[in-house]
Design a protein around this ligand. Structure first.
Ligand SMILES: O=S(=O)([O-])[S-]
Length: 146
């Protein structure tokens, strides 16, 4: 029996509109836990967005990034205010639990992930080569994937 206390029941999930508001108007930072490839295809457009994958895709399926917490702690403190997002809201739950278990105090899970962000017409940036292209207009379409 696993008796390890988990912070799963303490997760607070906010919707993308609330996340957008917090990113714009408070000290929250966005932590994107998708893979670098997913991130580069399109991500939440805020200057201080972090991309630290909590899982990697392998031929055997998804495996946990064993260095996730260490990598987060290289750029964040446990007092930082973080909004955690992924593609559709599954991986971010795991990452949020890990962060709460590690003692991070101000962590929100963004429900629906990047897909919900895009569906709501919120600002997106795409990385092509070394160039970051921003789509400030909520009505701007994303470029087609190559
Ligand atoms: O990003 S996801 O884990 O929800 S597919």
């Amino acid at each position: 029996m696993n008796t390890k206390p988990s912070s799963e029941s303490q997760i607070i999930t906010i919707d993308v509109l609330k996340a957008d508001d917090l990113l714009r108007n408070s000290k929250y930072r966005y932590l994107d836990v998708r893979t670098e490839e997913e991130f580069n295809k399109g991500h939440v457009d805020f200057g201080d967005v972090l991309n630290i994958p909590n899982m990697f895709n392998t031929p055997e399926g998804r495996v946990k990034n064993p260095n996730f917490m260490e990598q987060v702690q290289q750029v964040c403190t446990k007092d930082d205010h973080l909004i955690v997002g992924c593609q559709s809201g599954v991986r971010s739950v795991y990452a949020t639990v890990d962060l709460l278990d590690a003692g991070f105090k101000h962590v929100y899970n963004m429900g629906g992930g990047f897909l919900a962000w895009v569906q709501n017409g919120l600002p997106v940036a795409v990385v092509t080569g070394d160039t970051k292209t921003e789509f400030p207009s909520p009505t701007s379409p994303l470029p087609a994937n190559n």
